[in-house]
Design a protein around this ligand. Structure first.
Ligand SMILES: [Zn+2]
Length: 312
């Protein structure tokens, strides 16, 4: 791997967001990832950075002020409160959400500034279910969307692609960019399945790949090639974002697709090849789902290694 061309952006306080002992979106997810990167020594080949918190101005490029205020005002002083049937806030949750979104802004700065070519944000809470005015599905703010807004506002990037291979449809990202043809959103997801929203909107810049329960890697690869490649070639994205969820893994307890680490290597290489052709190799990837700790750690390792191996 070319030395230090990939940044690994995280923060220990992302592990302080705790929705309860039995919640699958657990602080242990980030620990499992960093333990695996240390064990394999891949960590030594990465530029490791502490995430910085997002600013209110950067959040408000995406989410309306009233919504942000409502979420901030619901933060508990102790214990947890539910902001959606699946999503809780504890006293440290908003600080973690600010770091998760801030990591995306930082990744954009680093990639656009040429400090590294690619970045993986190992952060939580995830973001892709967060719609314009709803926090849901373990997500508080849409971190990827906040990164996209920063790339456009601060760096004048016009054409962007967000590639979402989490097992759940990225309804929040679709909600935010559904009327914005400069941002292509490609999303593969188990269907029918949670969240069952925003999957039947028809626009040229929204590319949806619904997959039946039980779909394996061969079928997954075929569907992605069939659906994503031609539209991406046409769109010519100048910067690529990945909503990197690993809950389509065959060992994941929340869903029923049958992918494994090699499929994550495959899709990462495919994305790298599009980035090489159109985006000067630039990729910003952020963790979304993935709930089997071992499978998550191995899959993230495979993803980051592939991001590094194909750097320009
Ligand atoms: Zn998911």
């Amino acid at each position: 791997m070319p030395v230090k061309k990939v940044a690994f952006i995280s923060h220990q306080n992302c592990q302080l967001h705790d929705m309860g002992e039995h919640h699958p979106e657990s602080p242990l997810r980030l620990k499992a990832i960093s333990d695996e990167l240390k064990r394999s020594e891949l960590i030594q080949e990465l530029t490791c950075l502490q995430a910085q918190p997002v600013t209110l101005e950067q959040i408000e490029r995406v989410h309306p002020r009233d919504h942000v205020r409502r979420i901030r005002n619901s933060s508990p002083i102790k214990g947890t409160i539910m902001i959606d049937p699946d999503t809780a806030l504890c006293p440290n949750s908003l600080a973690a959400a600010d770091l998760a979104a801030g990591a995306l802004v930082q990744a954009v700065e680093g990639v656009m500034g040429g400090h590294y070519q690619r970045a993986f944000c190992s952060v939580r809470p995830p973001g892709h279910h967060a719609e314009l005015v709803s926090s849901m599905g373990f997500c508080v703010f849409n971190s990827i969307a906040i990164g996209v807004a920063h790339a456009r506002q601060a760096h004048g990037i016009n054409r962007i692609a967000i590639l979402d291979f989490d097992v759940h449809h990225g309804n929040g990202t679709v909600d935010i960019f559904k009327d914005d043809p400069d941002v292509m959103v490609c999303s593969s997801f188990q269907h029918p399945f949670y969240p069952n929203r925003m999957h039947d909107i028809e626009r040229d810049h929204l590319i949806f790949t619904p997959l039946a329960a039980g779909t394996d890697g061969i079928e997954f690869r075929r569907a992605i090639e069939r659906d994503w490649l031609a539209p991406l070639e046409k769109h010519q994205p100048e910067l690529i974002f990945i909503s990197a969820g690993f809950d389509a893994h065959e060992e994941d307890p929340l869903a029923s697709l049958q992918l494994n680490e090699l499929d994550y290597v495959w899709i990462t290489e495919m994305i790298c090849s599009v980035a090489k052709t159109h985006a000067k190799g630039r990729i910003v990837s952020a963790l979304e789902g993935g709930y089997h700790l071992g499978a998550l750690a191995r899959s993230v390792h495979a993803h980051i290694q592939s991001l590094g191996e194909s750097c320009l």
